[in-house]
Design a protein around this ligand. Structure first.
Ligand code: FAD
Length: 522
């Protein structure tokens, strides 16, 4: 197609603004057309359904759709997209996984939100495990906790996780899906054999690295822009029974990162001697030792940890896990000792736990229940998640943790800091990461009150401004930009491919408008 991309997108943007405008006056017209569709009984206009589709875990952004689709099969989703695509006034459509985005990414103002979880037990979209146990076919709407439970039942498990498992497969694959396993196994998007996608032209496409690979690479990390993932084929491995779970404390940032980098250098997927998980976090003066990431430190050790934090204001906590089962039970401690030999953590500040594999993986949920009981879970979450090149992580520590965070003294939520290896990612996918071989993820996972989240957003802005001034080329994870320039800079050399793929798979810009990539204000 001989259309210059920028002018095509400008034309489409003008059209979609016009459509949004016309859409408002034609709402009734659209609703009556929708009611003539075969999926009409599955469209909800119920105020409570609209209200919940207007919010997310962030509790900062609000945008109401006209209707919510409660599909029972991928065919219902295709029907809706097809209707919008062929309509003279197309409307936007957003898949809503478990709505754990924090900036409205799964919302569709004046459009239709697809409540993916209503397909939980739908036709062909459950969780089915291959007879040889090598993979699971999983509906895009499935929660990772359900994938874990289903596979563990057969002694199997996926290998790459997120910290929290009440997220959908389609939702995390649209971002990347990272956790302490990423350094060794890659993000979740590196652990997918095949996906089914319903594109913005309502085509149902099965894709993999060998088949419709453009769509495969586009959709993984694609922020919901190219299609709705209705199935993913996830590789499985034999599940371990238990884990050795260790935390070590540091007051010196360079010791902390040197040890992290040393540990992730042993990263062969089949290297049984390597760690299975590595993360890190900050322990801050005003933060609780046992925030929602897990209760861990033994009560008798807490006074000495607290006095360490009081003295140094920031303590760095390295966290690792080694799996074991009946066969490796007698060797796991020795293997762990070998791995930890020569590390520079503070003597007397190593803490160890022995836990069931699933207890470890589902660690955030028990804390979620405690916070929910106190009314502290469904509150605003002004989060900032970044990827930082290794060469600048020390500057980041000085300028952000030791300056901005300590000066402002408002951060109470978990602050994660851990490295990963670029070679475990696939650059053909839409996800964006820094150029260096090792990069860090930093997550400021803050909770706030309903009236003070702006103070945290200001801190986030200050952090981003500092990085820009200091020449720290960060990339946002779970990115949030409101301007075209922001997105173009974010995607960098991937922007033109991202645009071309959008034109190919969602030319009417129907999908995931809440990301504000092709429908921003500037
Ligand atoms: P939603 O928020 O519902 O959707 C996210 C985006 O994907 C939207 O644009 C939506 O339209 C689109 N989408 C949803 N489903 C589909 C689909 N089937 N096909 C195509 N597009 C779709 N992330 C990590 O990587 N690692 C973590 O450890 C981690 N921990 C978290 C802990 C908590 C407590 C929370 C709230 C979030 C965490 N996240 C983590 C972030 C999380 O992965 C993302 O916010 C993810 O998008 C949420 O999944 P969801 O299913 O709720 O998706």
């Amino acid at each position: 197609m001989a259309v210059a991309l920028p002018s095509f997108f400008t034309a489409i943007m003008i059209m979609s603004r016009l459509m949004a405008f016309i859409g408002i006056s034609k709402n009734n017209d659209m609703s009556s057309k929708l009611q003539a569709l075969d999926i009409a009984p599955k469209l909800s206009y119920d105020p409570s359904a609209i209200e919940s589709a207007s919010q997310d875990f962030g509790h900062i952004v609000k945008a109401a759709p006209q209707a919510v689709l409660l599909p029972s099969s991928p065919r219902d989703i295709a029907s809706l997209i097809n209707f919008s695509y062929s309509n003279s006034v197309p409307f936007s459509i957003a898949a809503r996984g478990n709505s754990h985005s924090v900036n409205g990414q799964a919302m569709a103002k004046n459009g239709v939100v697809i409540d993916m979880t209503s397909m939980k037990n739908g036709n062909g979209t459950g969780i089915s495990i291959a007879s040889d146990g090598s993979y699971a076919d999983v509906g895009g709407q499935q929660l990772w906790i359900d994938v874990l439970n289903a596979t563990l039942g057969l002694g199997l498990t996926p290998v790459s996780w997120t910290d929290y498992l009440y997220l959908t497969v389609g939702g995390t694959l649209s971002n990347a899906g990272i956790s302490g396993q990423t350094f060794r196994y890659g993000p979740q998007i590196s652990n997918v054999y095949e996906i089914d996608v319903i594109t913005g032209t309502a085509d149902f496409v099965t894709c993999s690295p060998n088949n419709n690979s453009d769509l495969f690479y586009a959709a993984l990390g694609g922020l919901g822009q190219f299609g709705i993932i209705t199935r993913a084929r996830i590789p499985l491995e034999p599940a371990p029974k238990r884990v050795k779970w260790v935390r070590m404390l540091y007051t010196d940032f360079s010791d902390f990162t040197r040890d992290q980098e040393l540990l992730i250098s042993k990263n062969g997927r089949n290297d049984n001697k390597a760690l299975n998980y590595l993360e890190g976090s900050l322990l801050l003066d005003q933060g609780s030792l046992d925030n929602w990431r897990s209760s861990f430190f033994p009560p008798q050790d807490q006074p000495k940890i607290i006095s360490l934090i009081t003295k140094f204001r920031i303590v760095y906590c390295l966290e690792i896990v080694k799996h074991y089962d009946g066969q490796t039970k007698t060797t796991v401690d020795k293997d762990l000792q070998q791995l930890l030999k020569g590390l520079s953590y503070l003597p007397g500040f190593m803490f160890e736990k022995d836990a069931k594999y699933e207890e470890f993986l589902n660690r955030v949920h028990s804390e979620e229940l405690k916070l929910k009981a106190k009314g502290l879970w469904d509150v605003p979450h002004p989060w900032l998640n970044l990827f930082i090149p290794k060469s600048k992580i020390s500057d980041f520590n000085d300028g952000v943790f030791k300056s901005i965070v300590l000066q402002r003294n408002i951060t109470t939520g978990p602050v994660l800091v851990y490295p990963m290896n670029r070679k475990k990612w696939d650059d053909r996918m839409s996800a964006v990461i820094p150029d260096e071989e090792i990069f860090y993820t930093v997550g400021l996972l803050q909770s706030s009150g309903f009236d003070d989240w702006r103070t945290f957003e200001d801190q986030n802005k200050e952090i981003l401004q500092f990085c820009e001034k200091a020449g720290i080329k960060v990339k946002q994870y779970l990115p949030h930009y409101t301007t075209k320039v922001g997105w173009v800079n974010h995607f960098g050399s991937k922007w033109s491919t991202f645009q071309k793929r959008k034109l190919q798979f969602d030319p009417k810009l129907l999908l995931s408008p809440g990301q504000r990539i092709f429908n921003n204000n500037q």
